[in-house]
Design a protein around this ligand. Structure first.
Ligand code: NI
Length: 204
């Protein structure tokens, strides 16, 4: 009886290392940050908006290409200009490295502030970041629809005097030529990381 107990204790004593490893692995998995879009693979779908030239654009217009999508607003003082500049520089760098791939990437800026971001305002705004940057706006309902389906969050924040800012998500979304989700990048992605990822994911 005593021996068997001892044996049982020994067997158990031999186990904690593997159990501990499993616990550490589980803890690390639990502690690692969740992606911005937790249900990312389901992102995408039909939308109808208008571009910076006043032309009606739908998701179908981008099929065959890799839309690199960022949601923001033209009055944004910091995050939007920084991110759109980064996207432009990354696209130029990809162009120098793999022009065939760069040609299939379409940088897209979708406003989350359709009340202020008119076609005219978007026209000059997107041109200041990249000649190929497509700016999209629409009715508040159209913008709400595309933002929801593509995982973007936004909310107006009053700043006094009837003025407001938009609190909004800062991720960059890469969609594939079939309109499906490919991957996304946090707002602190570096230019090199973005270029690397595009070179890896985009087919010529
Ligand atoms: Ni912004």
């Amino acid at each position: 009886m005593a021996r068997r107990e001892t044996g049982a204790v020994r067997r158990r004593a031999g186990r904690p290392s593997s159990v501990a490893i499993l616990l550490v692995v589980a803890a690390l998995a639990w502690l690692s940050p969740a992606p911005v879009a937790a249900d990312a693979p389901t992102l995408g779908g039909p939308f109808e908006l208008v571009d910076q030239n006043g032309v009606r654009r739908t998701d179908a217009d981008f099929h065959g290409f890799y839309p690199l999508i960022y949601f923001g607003f033209t009055h944004c003082p910091d995050l939007c200009p920084t991110t759109l500049s980064l996207m432009g520089r990354a696209l130029d760098a990809l162009e120098a490295r793999a022009p065939g791939k760069a040609a299939r990437v379409v940088p897209v800026f979708i406003t989350v502030d359709p009340e202020r971001d008119t076609v005219e305002l978007l026209h000059d705004y997107v041109a200041s970041f990249h000649p190929r940057l497509v700016g999209l706006t629409g009715t508040p309902a159209q913008v709400e629809h595309v933002a929801k389906n593509y995982g973007a969050f936004y909310a107006p924040v009053p700043i006094g005097g009837g003025d407001y800012m938009m609190d909004h998500s800062g991720f960059i979304l890469l969609m594939g030529p079939d309109g499906d989700y490919v991957t996304h990048f946090e707002s602190d992605v570096t230019q090199d990381e973005l270029v690397e990822a595009l070179a890896q994911h985009v087919a010529e």
